[in-house]
Design a protein around this ligand. Structure first.
Ligand code: BTN
Length: 261
């Protein structure tokens, strides 16, 4: 048995703080995927900021068609409905702004200097992953109707599925005091709200230094698909800049593997 997340207390704290994100909050003990719940609600007209949070997902989705595995009651598993006003071509890099918000939040409970962002949106503590972000959206007639931001943050896990055990970590394994899912959720919503507002104004422009500081691939040799080269940072469009031989290439998406520092 695990201690259930107190969603009523969280909902109250969100309203008391005047946060837009997380209001309303829909909690469930078990669902297929909070991203699926949020997309269904968004299609039915759910407002900007609507939050779906679950103790357990039976079909948690990760990037690139992978599964997101998490034992019940150990993580923060949630999805937000956003209704951004910016042009759709700008939206592809919003995941990096959200990645920064998640990294900054994680950095409040573990040694901040060990928290990194692995492009495009894995949050690492040291070399191990503690959170992932899955962004899904709907374009209608060239306009972005909504974006669903799904976040899985490992908080209380002490062990993981054998398939990810070597590469995964959690806040409880890394922090010097027991982390609270309630406090982390409020921290995350507050920081995501700030980053999304800043992103709305000038995209990643004002976040360039923060991205450089968190980017764990910068200055490392990386493999991305068939390409192998030196990662030179993330640009204002959210692309990873990689020097491959004499040529500089820009990647929009993919899975980057650090080969050598
Ligand atoms: C990744 O790193 O591959 C992204 C993982 C995103 C997982 C979260 S958990 C909450 C939300 N619901 C899902 O089905 N996926 C996201």
């Amino acid at each position: 048995m695990f201690k259930m997340f107190d969603h009523q207390a969280a909902s109250l704290a969100i309203r008391e703080r005047g946060l837009t994100l997380g209001n309303p909050l829909h909690w469930s003990k078990q669902t297929t995927s909070t991203n699926e719940d949020a997309a269904l609600a968004a299609n039915a007209g759910a407002a900007h900021g609507t939050l779906f949070l679950a103790e357990e997902q039976t079909h948690g989705r990760g990037r690139l068609g992978r599964r997101w595995l998490s034992a019940p009651g150990t993580s923060l598993l949630f999805s937000l409905v956003l209704r951004p006003t910016m042009p759709p071509e700008r939206l592809s890099s919003i995941s990096l702004a959200i990645g920064l918000a998640v990294a900054d939040s994680v950095g409040t409970v573990v040694d901040n200097s060990r928290v990194g962002l692995k492009w495009p949106n894995d949050i690492l503590i040291g070399e191990k992953k503690t959170a992932g972000i899955l962004i899904e959206g709907a374009l209608v007639s060239g306009r972005c109707e909504y974006v669903v931001v799904g976040i899985g943050l490992n908080v209380l896990q002490r062990t993981f599925d054998p398939s990810i055990q070597a590469r995964a970590t959690s806040l409880i394994l890394e922090a010097n005091k027991k982390p609270s899912r309630h406090r982390m959720l409020i921290e995350l919503l507050h920081r995501i709200e700030e980053r999304v507002q800043a992103f709305d104004v000038d995209g990643l422009r004002s976040m360039k230094d923060d991205l450089d500081a968190r980017d764990v691939t910068r200055g490392c040799h990386v493999r991305l698909g068939n390409a192998y080269g030196l990662a030179e940072g993330i640009d204002e469009d959210g692309r990873l800049r990689v020097r491959v031989g004499g040529e500089v290439r820009f990647f929009h998406a993919g899975e980057v593997q650090i080969v050598a520092a």
